[in-house]
Write a protein that binds this ligand. Structure first.
Ligand code: CMC
Length: 430
């Protein structure tokens, strides 16, 4: 505790403690404000509310900085892998060789779904969105591990965390195969995480998918860049559910639902749909930029803007470079990439976007990489969810490990009718 904030309200003076984070960010600790003053704080959309103290991810939206456990995202993107980064995020430090080996073994040992889970896939129509299947199946798989609901202990946590990271990838690939009427492909023990995902997605029982290193690397990078992003909508949802002491799988299933929306993870699908629409209409992007500025059009420039970043999203910078690299090496000339670059250039010079400090976010270029990899558009948000699993697990763990954790229970300002009597139905008029 450092400074005290001073508040004058209804003629009374109050001193309110402040808290400073390890990067010098400051907060006014308002937890006892209502007891002291009778007032609650009101911050719709939580634009200025710190819901927790967390040691996992640091973002400085003004300067475009993102670090997992202190390590800059640029360094991880350059030198790490998704699985090593997942370990860092969940356990707090980069793993030693032995720790990484043990973690990888746990992932491999837990990659298969319970065989009965296959019957659950039968129940979904082929038109089901894979995010609906993913959320339902994560929740369903918790039924096969009764220990999940018991008292929490670290050893069990390690297994459940590995199981979730590993199985979410298997569920995702199975649901894609089912939706296409294709036979299910089981994971191979000898493949690493991302290669195994591509294998389960694209191999046939009689013909293995040819793994190209640049494709594996690009998809692994996409997972890594999505691995955590502090208190966004889905992570806050995971923490909310975890605070009631629900099990890890239930929390992750809730996170998937929150991530699905087009203002959050669903934006990567919405970006490519937007680029396709622009392409089909013969627009070079200019007409769309004009529509995105017109509040009556119902359109937004998807993949642009961020609640926290008032700068270029550092992940978008990395993805843009990776996108150029991958398309070059695969000799793909995707017209959507040209449109995206044109849109970006137009928006970055436009006073509307400049004044509101709207820049490309992580979703702006990621879809173009996924298209090149062959991931179907309806699976884009699933890829985001696979990537975000370590972040959700780390946030769950933070709540689980903190003896002071309390159930999340926001207050509200009631604006409905004041007390009125119940009127029997025959006295209510016609
Ligand atoms: N296109 C056009 N105008 C925009 C956009 C956009 N993409 N984003 C924000 N604005 C305008 C908005 O209309 C408002 O204008 P005004 O002040 O005149 O009313 C102003 O900018 C502030 O926007 P906001 O909606 O109050 O900002 P927010 O912090 O509540 O929303 C956002 C952030 C990401 C939801 C929003 O920028 C958006 O809808 N972007 C498009 C969807 C998207 O790309 N989402 C992915 C976010 S990053 C990854 C993730 O979180 O999953």
């Amino acid at each position: 505790m450092s400074n005290m904030a001073k508040l004058e309200l209804d003629g009374n003076r109050y001193e309110i403690p402040t808290v400073t984070g390890s990067e010098g960010e400051r907060a006014i600790a308002l937890g006892s404000l209502r007891d002291a003053t009778g007032y609650i704080t009101l911050d719709e959309g939580y634009a200025n509310t710190g819901s927790c103290q967390s040691a996992i991810t640091f973002i400085d939206g003004e300067r475009g900085i993102l670090r997992y456990r202190g390590v800059p995202i640029e360094d991880l993107a350059e030198q790490s892998s998704f699985i090593e980064t997942a370990y860092l995020i969940i356990y707090g430090n980069l793993p030693t060789r032995a720790q990484l080996r043990r973690f990888s073994e746990l992932l491999t040992d837990n990659e298969n779904l319970h065989e009965d889970m296959k019957y659950h896939f039968e129940g979904f129509p082929s038109t089901a969105h894979p995010m609906a299947i993913l959320s339902a199946m994560i929740n369903a798989s918790s039924c096969f591990y009764p220990g999940l609901n018991g008292p929490r202990n670290p050893e069990r946590f390690d297994i459940h965390a590995a199981r979730l990271i590993s199985q979410v990838r298997t569920i995702a690939a199975f649901s894609y195969r089912k939706s296409r009427g294709l036979p299910i492909i089981y994971p191979k023990r000898s493949y690493k995480y991302t290669a195994n995902f591509l294998h389960m997605m694209f191999s046939d029982p009689y013909d293995d998918y040819e793994l190209k290193p640049e494709v594996v690397k690009a998809l692994d990078l996409i997972f890594l860049l999505h691995a955590d992003h502090e208190q966004n909508c889905s992570t806050a949802t995971v923490r909310m559910v975890a605070s009631s002491q629900a099990n890890l799988f239930a929390c992750a299933a809730a996170g998937v639902c929150a991530l699905w929306g087009p203002l959050h993870g669903g934006a990567n699908q919405a970006v490519v749909e937007m680029l396709q629409e622009i392409h089909r209409s013969g627009d070079d992007g200019s007409r769309f930029v004009a529509a995105a500025k017109d509040k009556t059009s119902g359109k937004r420039l998807m993949g642009f803007g961020h609640r926290v970043y008032k700068q270029y999203d550092p992940r978008a910078k990395i993805i843009k470079r990776a996108c150029d690299r991958l398309l070059d090496s695969m000799r793909i000339d995707d017209p959507l990439l040209d449109i995206a670059k044109h849109l970006e250039a137009a928006a970055l010079q436009d006073p509307y976007f400049i004044e509101r400090r709207l820049y490309p976010n992580v979703d702006f270029y990621s879809g173009i990489i996924m298209r090149a990899v062959g991931i179907p558009i309806e699976m884009f948000t699933v890829i985001f969810a696979i990537g975000r699993m370590p972040g959700w697990i780390a946030n769950f763990k933070e709540i689980m490990d903190d003896p002071r954790s309390r159930i999340y229970r926001p207050r509200q300002l009631y604006t409905g009718p004041t007390a009125r009597p119940y009127v029997p139905v025959d006295q209510r008029g016609t």
